[in-house]
Design a protein around this ligand. Structure first.
Ligand code: SAH
Ligand code: SF4
Length: 419
């Protein structure tokens, strides 16, 4: 019998992630979603177009995909009618498949999505008076095991591709009906006929902000997250300002500088504790990158300034990290590292099997008052979409099981409604 006592327990701190590869599509066509203009053009060239035509078609197709949300080559009206089937034979413009879409009483929406090769992940949309925030996933599962996080109990299945990351934003725009309608100024049809009506106008933007706070650790899928967000930010792509995008990390210190330089979005850091002892327990990556290194990386974050403060996320766990002393220490640390920062206090969202409780509302209020009284903004994040279990970071383990259970429940409800 193997001596299991000597075997290293995998998975606690920072295991080498061995994500699964993406399985190519069975029909052999290539999905263009998530590719930059140059890559689309070079695929067209490899497929047989001359360089000039490939560049022009790449530009047109890029515009249709990202600016207009079109998935059907037949709808790309400035491309010659004869060219469209040629494209459709070789390429697709995909979307993550929707397994389940839920709508909360408070307007929060949640989708259970599936990749083309069958892995499930989630996306949440949270509207409020001034903005609409989409909570985007970066991985299916997570290699880290934060003790209070349900995603942390899942194994990493695989990294999401740039297309699956951009695809979430595209899908949300589809669902919210946010693609511009009408004809495109500056683009004339090859055939010379104007088969579109109306003006090219952007509809009201319900989706205004993106947070990389869904499943996964975005900095452990650095290249794909960067490439996906580049398209989201591209003025000719989805054209969302970097100021409206926030990347949340549990503290992958060596990649934070690169994130600032190569992506340049707002930074949120899942701090959750003010001593290494407690943080080692609840955010185990702390055993590798200590609080001091993490805060120094925040101080060095290229984009940090008073106008663009770093957000420290702090989950409120009863009798674990929520004392008056903790609140004072939090402010001391922020001031010691001279960080332009604000604190987001997140009431712990319990899940079956979780070993923590949420702090009491009075405790959370007191904690917030102390931090605020010492000059640091510390709003309490109101739980949203509780009826559909939608809070970011509370994404479910074993998505397959969950969808099964939910599908069963929905089926039961339907049955009951039918009488
Ligand atoms: N992996 C990244 C981003 C995804 S988690 C990170 O850890 O920062 C997004 C946020 O939700 C993190 O701050 C995370 O700590 C928090 N979170 C996770 N589970 C939670 C729960 N059950 N209740 C409240 N917040 C939670
Ligand atoms: Fe992964 Fe973030 Fe959850 Fe930690 S909190 S397990 S890093 S998703």
């Amino acid at each position: 019998m193997a001596d299991t006592a000597l075997m290293q327990i995998p998975g606690l701190v920072d295991p080498v992630p061995v994500p699964r590869e993406v399985t190519p599509r069975a029909d052999g066509r290539v999905d263009l979603l998530g590719l930059p203009k140059k890559a689309i053009a070079s695929l067209f060239e490899t497929a047989g177009l001359d360089a000039k035509a490939a560049k022009l078609r790449g530009k047109q197709v890029f515009h249709w995909i990202y600016h207009r949300g079109v998935t059907d080559f037949e709808a790309m009206t400035d491309i010659a009618k004869t060219m469209r089937p040629w494209l459709a034979e070789r390429f697709v413009v995909g979307r993550p498949e929707v397994v389940l879409a839920q709508h909360s009483e408070d307007g929060t929406r949640k989708w259970l999505l599936r990749t083309a090769d069958g892995h499930e992940f989630e996306m949440v949309f949270i509207p409020d008076e001034t903005r609409g925030t989409l909570c985007v996933s970066s991985q299916v599962g997570c290699t880290l095991n934060c003790r209070f996080c349900h995603t942390g109990t899942m194994r990493l299945v695989r990294n999401l591709t740039p297309g699956e990351i951009v695809g979430q934003v595209m899908l949300a725009r589809d669902a919210l009906g946010e693609w511009p309608k009408g004809s495109m100024a500056g683009f004339t049809d090859d055939d010379g006929d104007d088969d579109e009506g109306g003006d090219y106008t952007a509809d009201g933007r319900l989706l205004t902000n993106i947070v990389m706070m869904g499943m996964g650790e975005p900095l452990y899928n650095f290249d794909n997250v960067r490439d996906g967000l580049k398209i989201v930010m591209d003025p000719e792509g989805l054209a969302l300002s970097r100021r409206r995008i926030t990347l949340s990390t549990s503290g992958v210190v060596p990649l934070m500088g690169r994130a600032g330089e190569e992506i340049g979005v707002n930074l949120a850091v899942s701090l959750h504790a003010v001593t290494n002892e407690i943080r080692d327990e609840i955010v185990p990556i702390n055993r590798k990158y200590r609080i001091e290194e993490l805060l120094q990386a925040c101080a060095d974050y290229p984009k940090a300034s008073n106008a663009r403060r770093i957000t420290f996320e702090y989950v409120m766990l009863k009798d674990k990290n929520d004392s008056d002393e903790d609140a004072h220490e939090l402010v001391r640390l922020i001031k010691k590292y001279k960080l332009p920062a604000k604190v987001n206090l997140i009431p712990f969202n319990p899940w079956p099997g979780a070993i923590y409780d949420c702090s009491t509302p009075e405790r959370i209020r007191r904690f917030s008052e102390i931090v605020f009284g010492l000059g640091i903004s510390a709003p309490v994040r109101t739980p949203r979409g509780r009826d559909i279990d939608a809070a970011c970071g509370q994404l479910k383990t074993a998505a397959a099981k969950m969808s099964r259970a939910e599908l069963d429940r929905l089926a039961e409800e339907k049955q009951a409604a039918l009488g």
